[in-house]
Design a protein around this ligand. Structure first.
Ligand code: ATP
Ligand code: MG
Ligand code: MG
Ligand code: MG
Length: 563
């Protein structure tokens, strides 16, 4: 690849509205450009990275025995009504009408569509188990799209769905997918952790998330040094009725209006604030409001929360109803204003367990019940480490907290979708059996941003080799247009390519400083500089992106550093 014929467009300015380093660097490197809120164009440079991630995901999915197909992104309302998710999915579901007034949605996930395929294609247990996957654009109308492609509205997801006759087969495939995910993130060169998770809007039984470890991550993860226990904070709380109960109890005692902020509560508790779990309204079908959890300031996972709240039958309140309920502006769905009193809700128990401050100190993880409409003079603290005492205390380990970016999620769905859509096969006895399902997602586009959060310095991105736009760049310093310099650089490029290195030639004719700054910003792992002076001395200059110094080496040695 000759960069003079490519399209690179880097900028020095730091975009003002980009909060995260990955967002800033992706814009400065010219990897993405914003079209509209949550909608991004992947430039030729950005797309090279995205495709590398996609290729590794695809290779490992194939290696694990999954088979690729492709489902439509636009899906009919009727299908989503069969599972009840046309209503239940909430505001993230983008609904569309065609010219005949037929209604559709843009797929935010594809359990319905794949199960429809399965009920047509699969008729015998002999066809099972099978795992279908796609790498396909998704759309979620996120309340607060932000951080560039980290939380966009349109994004690229690998989603896989497995079908089984019995639960043992589902569990085996779930384990198989977990192993495949570990291979994927290891090959991508990322520091990651698998944690227990809540199964969320997708529903189902067992579920684990894969997180790229980064301080900027939106999720707080809890793990033990004494065993392999690791969970995201929501799962740790949800899995622990005792912790929830203690927080509820604390809330019940609180009765006068408060003016305290989350930070003040954390300070009172003597903890570092990890997360505020705030509230939005979910309405039950008998028109009673209850509160559900919303994490930090990103969107509530409505169905999970309704489940935690013990509601089987409910609908999302409209924005206007929520606004009325919260006494806030219409359209406001973000974190609650801690100063706004909340009206007393019908179900105190649910309200009580709905508001938490989650924090940690050296003694472990703590949650406190907080209700912003009530006083919190002496916050009562439920110490998860104590109420989790059994397993986690016995492992003798220490509870630690870290932050992560969710890049993958695996679920054992069980039979709910197959049941709703009547996806059955004939079993060994010729009887119709509802299939068990698993589903397995990876945020392909989010991985690109997450990798940058983990791998950068003050001058730019430091790509892991596996996902770099090019593994190596040959920079040509040739102000006098000396044909021997050009020839030597081209020969070196050819040699690298022959050795299987994805290499580029920077023949744009820029001054060295500008050229090096660009290559450092866009994060190319290996750089070789060919110059007249070097050629005279029989050397080229080699520098690894993460090394502090460049070295003068003979060509063969320089190449051996890369291959
Ligand atoms: P989050 O908790 O970050 O909102 P999610 O739990 O809603 O994610 P899943 O339904 O588990 O997401 O989807 C599978 C994967 O798709 C996620 O693990 C994540 O990597 C990715 N993903 C989800 N939402 C977005 C988004 N808005 N932008 C980019 N990637 C996303
Ligand atoms: Mg989400
Ligand atoms: Mg999530
Ligand atoms: Mg998830």
């Amino acid at each position: 690849m000759r960069l003079s014929r490519f399209h690179l467009h880097t900028t020095k300015e730091t975009p003002a509205d980009a909060e995260l380093v990955s967002h800033r660097l992706m814009l400065r490197a010219g990897m993405i450009r914003k079209l509209a809120s949550g909608l991004y164009t992947w430039s030729p440079l950005g797309l090279r990275v995205l495709r590398k991630v996609e290729a590794i995901v695809r290779e490992e999915m194939n290696r694990a025995g999954a088979v690729e197909l492709q489902l439509p992104t636009i899906q009919p309302k009727e299908l989503w009504e069969e599972t009840g998710r046309w209503e239940k999915f909430g505001g993230q579901l983008l609904k569309i009408k065609d010219r005949k007034e037929q209604e559709y949605c843009y797929s935010p996930t594809a359990e319905e569509a794949i199960t429809d395929f399965a009920r047509q294609e699969l008729s015998s247990y002999k066809q099972l188990p099978v795992n279908f996957y796609q790498v396909q654009t998704k759309f979620r109308d996120e309340i607060r799209p932000r951080f560039g492609v980290m939380r966009s509205r349109e994004f690229l997801m690998k989603d896989a769905y497995s079908f089984h006759l019995d639960d043992a087969s589902l569990v085996a495939e779930y384990e198989n997918m977990k192993a495949a995910y570990s291979r994927i993130f290891t090959r991508l060169g990322l520091e990651f952790r698998a944690v227990q998770a809540d199964s969320g809007a997708i529903g189902g039984d067992a579920s684990q998330e894969f997180h790229v470890i980064a301080d900027s991550g939106e999720d707080a993860l809890v793990f033990s040094t004494g065993s392999d226990y690791a969970a995201n904070v929501e799962a740790a709380i949800a899995a622990d009725p005792a912790a929830r109960g203690a927080a509820s109890e604390a809330l019940r005692k609180i009765d006068t209006p408060t003016q305290k902020t989350c930070e003040e509560v954390a300070a009172l508790m003597g903890i570092a604030l990890l997360r505020t779990v705030k509230s939005i309204a979910v309405m039950s079908t008998d028109n009673q409001f209850v509160l559900a959890l919303v994490r930090g300031d990103h969107e509530v996972n409505e169905i999970k929360l309704a489940k935690v709240a013990g509601l089987n039958d409910y609908r999302m309140a409209s924005e206007a109803e929520i606004a009325d309920y919260l006494g806030s502006e219409p359209g406001f769905l973000g974190p609650l204003n801690p100063r706004k009193p909340i009206r007393v809700v019908a179900d105190r128990e649910v309200a009580a367990m709905a508001d938490f401050v989650v924090g940690a100190n050296e003694k472990g993880l703590h949650i406190a019940g907080v209700n912003w409409g009530r006083d919190l003079a002496e916050p009562e603290v439920a110490d998860i480490r104590n109420v989790k005492a059994g397993d986690r205390a016995r492992d003798g380990g220490e509870l630690k907290i870290t932050r992560g970016i969710e890049v993958g999620h695996v679920f054992q769905l069980g039979r709910q979708y197959a049941q709703a859509l009547k996806a059955t096969v004939l079993d060994q006895n010729g009887k119709a059996a509802v299939m068990a399902m698993g589903c397995y997602g990876i945020g392909v586009s989010r991985i690109v941003a997450a990798a940058i959060e983990q791998n950068h310095d003050e001058v730019g991105i430091i790509w892991p080799v596996s996902m770099a736009p090019w593994q190596a760049v040959v920079c040509m310093i040739n102000p006098k247009q000396d044909p021997t310099v050009t020839a030597a650089a081209e020969a070196l490029l050819a040699q690298l390519q022959a050795a299987g290195v994805d290499a580029a030639l920077d023949d744009r004719g820029l001054r060295p400083g500008q050229m090096f700054a660009d290559m450092e910003l866009i994060g190319i792992p290996h750089r070789i500089v060919v110059s007249e002076r070097g050629l005279a001395a029989g050397t080229v200059e080699y520098r690894a992106r993460n090394a502090s110094e460049a070295e003068n080496l003979d060509q063969a040695t320089a190449i051996s550093r890369i291959t």
